[in-house]
Design a protein around this ligand. Structure first.
Ligand code: GCU
Length: 674
């Protein structure tokens, strides 16, 4: 039958032979609330889909499935200290004995915990997994797990490649589309608990009553699913909306304007989460306009939000095109001196790398650079620099690589993940953001496989120590099939796909050589634009001598921003991981790589490897015809073909361009570019 992918990983496709078949025939759920209703709704969908049965609710605690908040009465089956070890949003699932009969118990300290537990249990059923005898418990380690929509009020989406914004501002608040509910379900099912509805390049209109009413309607839909709503705040709003002459953060009238505005917002949305702010970057207004610091700007909004427990997510993506300084260094230079000057409800939101969501970047030096200020991670889920909608790139391995990198900030083991979870520097405020890839396409994300990146972001936000292979495994089984003959090859394709894209786009640490502005396709030749750092040639520095950006002490010295262990390791090309070689070094074309090849040959071969893999993915997928519905099969196949063609385009363009400088022949085993 046809499947357009709308149901994401909540397919609830029919399964046979499950020991869980009987579970829905008697279900006891304690309490009444909109979250409890959401739990019931999910159980009904799952039962219908997987077993074609309706749920039979029971008032008997001894039902097959029992969902209730933890209380004294459950002490015998789950000891109190075990429960106490879980945070507020955690849950416990356990098969217990109730008066001689076996029962599955889902319990938690909060109703949202019950919802998370229910989703996890349903996922286990779909995957046909047994519960371990001692039960199963889990809880998130990061407090705020947030999607960032770069959605404009006219429904275009900045860097969005799957249609228009799903927020239909025109129809809101009077029409609530089912898609909003399904969006909330999908997010809650992986533990995402916040959403910033609007673009970081903000429009102050979103803060007017006309729009706040609409925002409130969305918040109402999301609330039962534990999802808070946040907005982007344009720094100059006091001028644009309040008709003030200034937006100076130290001006008393400006402070009052924000305090009043925030009060108004909380009238509409009592559990409003707070603001995300892009200031002083790429034309956005900010405190620099008034010669104030980023901290003074952030604190202005933080003070207004404080009485309501709102937070400010202040972005560190601050750089100036006028500065002669290496762009990779600018955010650190700006924020490092401000460490400790931010209010306690400010968290600084830092992109995973210091340039801009490249296919591969070393982690941003602010992680481990700031200690007194909590930092949140900003990953990009939408594939601005990774082939937009049509190129399959499973991003969990990229996120994992960043999260697991050791910053050495407090000695060995100081991973980025421990900084993001607040553990390393003991911050109670912790958060992580992913720039959404969701749009109005029937399958939400354009490429069916890009649903996996939304899913993966949620899973890593919940548990930043999670392994990519587990995430891929779960996603494939929930989305398509648990048949190992299908799962195994698809998982292999997914897990290798990020590296494949890096190979055919930017191997060995190359970066920002994409086409001008839209960033789709190759453009290492782009020059002559008004900004030096917006020229691709700035980043690769190719010349007759060699290629790469020198960030050692002889070059821009960006390496100085890392802790000494890494600075030392990465300062020497011999000890720099090859994946970052040209990120940090400018090297001659005949520099010898680890395997004895010269740099030019190694570069060319990596491009070819990427192409070969993209082509082989088409064949792997073809061999899986019949395992899944024809509609999704064909859709994916056509995208994989596009990807294979475009991988070749990337290889040919880059090799032909760089060959002008290297003046070396295309090595054996690499197809001659035409
Ligand atoms: C990138 C992207 C912009 C975006 C910016 C940001 O530069 O190309 O579209 O606005 O990042 O993160 O603020």
């Amino acid at each position: 039958f046809a499947n357009d992918g709308y149901k994401l990983w909540l397919q609830y496709y029919s399964i046979n032979n499950s020991s869980y078949r009987e579970i829905f025939s008697s279900v006891y759920i304690e309490g009444e609330s909109s979250t409890i209703d959401a739990i019931k709704d999910e159980l009904a969908r799952a039962s219908k889909g997987m077993f074609d049965e309706d749920v039979v609710e029971s008032s008997d605690e001894g039902a097959n499935l029992r969902i209730q908040l933890y209380d004294q009465g459950l002490r015998d089956v789950i000891p109190e200290d075990e429960m106490n070890s879980l945070s507020e949003q955690g849950f416990f699932i356990k098969e217990i004995n109730y008066n001689g009969a076996s029962q599955v118990l889902i319990t938690a300290k909060s109703q949202i915990g019950l919802l998370y537990g229910t989703f996890r249990f349903l996922q286990k059923i779909q995957k046909n997994e047994k519960l371990p005898t001692y039960g199963f418990k889990d809880a998130p380690t990061i407090e705020h797990r947030i999607l960032n929509h770069w959605d404009n009020l006219d429904r275009t989406v900045e860097r969005g490649y799957s249609g228009f914004s799903i927020w239909n501002w025109h129809r809101l608040p009077r029409h609530i589309d089912q898609q909003y509910i399904d969006y909330a379900r999908a997010n809650a099912s992986v533990g995402i608990n916040g959403t910033v509805l609007t673009n970081v390049n903000a429009n102050s209109l979103i803060l007017t009553p006309e729009y706040l009413e609409k925002v409130a309607a969305l918040a109402e839909v999301f609330r039962p699913y534990g999802i808070k709503v946040y907005l982007t705040a344009r720094f100059s709003s006091p001028i644009e909306l309040g008709k003030l002459e200034t937006a100076d953060p130290l001006d008393p009238e400006v402070k009052k304007w924000w305090a009043d505005k925030v009060e108004e917002i909380y009238d509409y949305i009592p559990d409003f989460g707070g603001f995300l702010v892009k200031a002083d970057s790429e034309g956005q207004p900010g405190p620099h306009n008034y010669k104030r610091t980023q901290a003074e700007g952030a604190n202005l909004l933080a003070d207004a939000l404080k009485p309501y427990n709102g937070i400010v997510m202040w972005r560190a993506f601050v750089y100036s095109e006028e500065s002669p300084e290496d762009r990779a260094k600018q955010a650190y230079n700006e924020f490092k001196p401000l460490d400790g000057q931010f209010r306690d409800n400010v968290i600084v939101q830092v992109k995973n790398g210091a340039i801009d969501f490249q296919p591969r970047e070393p982690f941003h030096s602010l992680f481990g650079g700031l200690e007194k200020t909590p930092l949140m991670m900003e990953f990009q889920i939408t594939q601005e620099y990774l082939g937009h909608d049509t190129h399959l790139a499973f991003l969990a391995p990229m996120y994992e690589e960043i999260l697991q990198t050791d910053t050495h900030a407090k000695g060995e083991g100081s991973t980025v993940s421990k900084i993001v979870s607040g553990q390393l520097f003991n911050h109670s405020l912790s958060a992580i953001a992913g720039v959404s890839n969701i749009g109005s396409d029937r399958n939400w994300t354009g490429h069916h496989f890009h649903q996996a990146n939304w899913f993966a972001f949620g899973r890593l936000a919940w548990n930043p120590e999670e392994k990519s292979s587990n995430i891929a495994d779960d996603w494939i089984k929930l989305t398509f099939s648990s048949n190992e003959e299908f799962v195994r090859p698809v998982k292999d394709v997914m897990l290798a796909s990020h590296e494949m894209v890096v190979n055919y786009m930017t191997p060995l640490g190359l970066h920002h050589i994409m086409a001008w502005d839209h960033h789709y396709g190759p453009g290492p030749w782009v020059t002559g634009k008004h900004r030096e750092d917006w020229n691709s040639t700035y980043y690769h520095q190719a010349s007759e001598y060699g290629i790469g950006f020198d960030r050692t002490a002889e070059g821009s010295d960006a390496l100085k921003q890392y802790h000494p262990e890494l600075e030392k390791q990465w300062s020497d090309p011999e000890t720099t991981p090859e994946k970052f070689l040209l990120w940090f070094h400018h090297l001659p074309w005949d520099y010898t790589l680890e395997n004895g090849e010269i740099l030019w040959d190694g570069l060319a071969k990596r491009y070819q490897e990427g192409v070969d893999e993209a082509r082989s993915n088409v064949e792997v997928w073809r061999s899986l015809e019949g395992f899944i519905d024809a509609e999704r099969y064909e859709h994916v196949l056509s995208f994989l073909k596009i990807q294979a063609e475009e991988a070749e385009w990337w290889k040919n363009a880059c090799l032909l361009y760089f060959q002008q400088y290297s003046q070396k022949p295309i090595p054996e085993g690499v197809e001659k570019p035409e």
